[in-house]
Design a protein around this ligand. Sequence first.
Ligand SMILES: [Zn+2]
Length: 114
Amino acid sequence: MEALIGFGIIAVVISVPLFFLFKGLARLARKVEGMGQKMFCPSCGFVGPSKKIIPGSMGTGLVLWLLMLIPGMIYSLWRLAAAYSGCPTCKGKGLIPADSPMARKFLETPKQTA
Ligand SMILES: [Zn+2]
């Protein structure tokens, strides 16, 4: 009986963070949907498709997972939550569609060389 209760507690402890992890993945999938569109980066002038940028590193996450389960989970969730579509060149977040009036203004303005 005690073993059954223990098993139940472990099942809940494992399934609840997994539920949030899958929720995070679904959110990430929605974010990435807009990719493939030609974007313009006002920071560095890059024109092209945006790139999915996930902060942090897979290695750090793995080490945290191996050392302690909970910090690893929190770290993974943070990475998922903080992921964004950004500039592949400068990792800037402020990408705008390349065919927007704003981007055209940027692209058509001749660069001042003086
Ligand atoms: Zn850029």
